[in-house]
Design a protein around this ligand. Structure first.
Ligand SMILES: *Cc1c(COP(=O)(O)O)cnc(C)c1O
Length: 389
């Protein structure tokens, strides 16, 4: 068996049927047959391998999980109907009333809502730590702290968190570390290398990569995944076989796509650095990026997201978006099509001005998910739109 991600994302396939199909078929079935009563008993008793019911497992979902476990160097995993279902189940299965979560301040909007409005109802508390001040993290750990939850790079500010440092904190205080690796993908970084226990993904983003289906995945330590699997089997957030089939097919091109997203994003960021209409341009692999050294240390390339601040703030940023001719105005990311988002008026509009400030979301901030179009066309559209602001 090959050790290479490119090969295994293509070659790890569900077992073929007697029809000898080359491409794995879609197993649209809610349940699975047994040959006799004894086989039914043995499969239910975990003495024999095999699918029972698609809320538990399904060949398409299993294939996808096998690939993601390989890519993330994880022991086991479970797949969900969306990224948020994966984040929710990972926490709900492992935390109990009285536990405390130390979270990076800059987490996905819905993750922030889970911490502040959902888990708080059940007596699970949290503190937010500042990615730019790692020296303050340890003082936020309490006796009841059970979990560290982070995203690196963060959305949309592209703040990085040193995974090695988080691994040290975890060992010292015996915590469960959960990393949302959605922005980097396992092509650019594998948090498990640094002692991370669980890696979660919104497979909706780069894993599908073509803006078609939602999906979520958590992979990591076998004992923790067992608890998450128990929780999920009985609460029902499983990924549909169709979505698993789509995403597993997409993984066949993940490394190629991510490489090209990064190449286009770097070229765009380099070009925009000299644009007079901008206050700043942020991209992890630009030498001007405040955490450039850390980016080089833990990421293979800078990722597909570029953020910049338009001079003139909120109104200028919206004018810039209205001047675009090709880029899509939508809130998704990781798509083949380049996408532009104005976080202050959309994805992060529910935050208070203070909360936005704390996560670096200034009124003029723009997030571009750089797609796979010819980069000259992406640059041309953004430059002409900026010239007219
Ligand atoms: C989109 C996203 C999620 C949520 O995933 P869904 O598939 O939309 O539920 C979680 N974390 C990050 C970093 C994301 O970008």
């Amino acid at each position: 068996m090959s050790d290479n991600k490119e090969t295994q994302a293509i070659r790890l396939q569900a077992q073929r049927s007697q029809n000898r199909e080359h491409s794995v078929p879609l197993y649209l079935t809610s349940s699975f047959l047994f040959e006799d009563a004894e086989q039914a008993r043995a499969v239910f008793a975990d003495e024999e391998e095999g699918s029972i019911y698609s809320r538990y497992s399904n060949p398409n979902v299993d294939e996808l999980l096998e690939k993601v476990c390989f890519l993330e160097k994880a022991e086991d995993g479970f797949a969900f109907s969306s990224g948020m279902a994966a984040v929710f189940a990972s926490m709900a299965a492992l935390l109990k009333s009285g536990d405390h979560v130390l979270s990076a301040r800059a987490v996905f909007g819905s993750t922030h809502q889970l911490l502040t409005r959902v888990f708080s109802k059940w007596g699970i508390t949290h503190s937010y730590a500042d990615a730019s001040a790692p020296e303050t993290w340890e003082s936020l750990i309490k006796p009841e702290t059970k979990m560290i939850l982070i995203e690196t790079p963060s959305n949309p500010g592209l703040e990085l968190i040193d995974l090695e440092f988080i691994g040290e904190l975890k060992r010292k205080h015996d915590l469960i570390v959960v990393v949302d690796n959605c922005f980097a993908t396992p092509i650019l970084q594998t948090p498990i290398d640094y002692g991370t226990d669980l890696v979660v993904h919104s497979a909706t983003k780069y894993m599908d990569g073509q803006g078609r289906v939602l999906g979520g995945i958590v992979v990591g330590r076998k004992d923790l995944i067992e608890e998450i699997r128990f929780f999920s089997r009985h609460t029902g957030p499983a990924m549909s076989p169709f979505n698993a089939w789509v995403i597993s097919k997409s993984l066949e091109t993940l490394s190629l796509r991510v490489e090209k997203h990064c190449e286009n994003a770097l070229k765009l960021a380099q070009t925009l650095e000299n644009n007079e209409a901008l206050e700043f341009v942020r991209y992890p692999f630009l030498p001007s990026f405040p955490q450039y050294e850390l980016a080089k240390k833990q990421m293979k390339a800078g990722g597909g997201i570029v953020t910049f601040a338009v001079k003139g703030g909120y109104d200028a940023a919206k004018r810039f978006i209205d001047n675009l001719q090709m880029l899509s105005i939508t809130s998704n990311l990781g798509d083949t099509r380049s996408i532009v988002t104005h976080p202050a008026s959309t994805t992060h509009s529910k935050l208070t001005e203070e909360e936005r400030q704390a996560t670096g979301i200034t009124p003029g901030l723009i997030r571009v998910s750089v797609g796979l179009e010819n980069v000259a066309d992406i640059i041309e559209d953004i430059t002409q739109a900026l010239a007219k602001v």
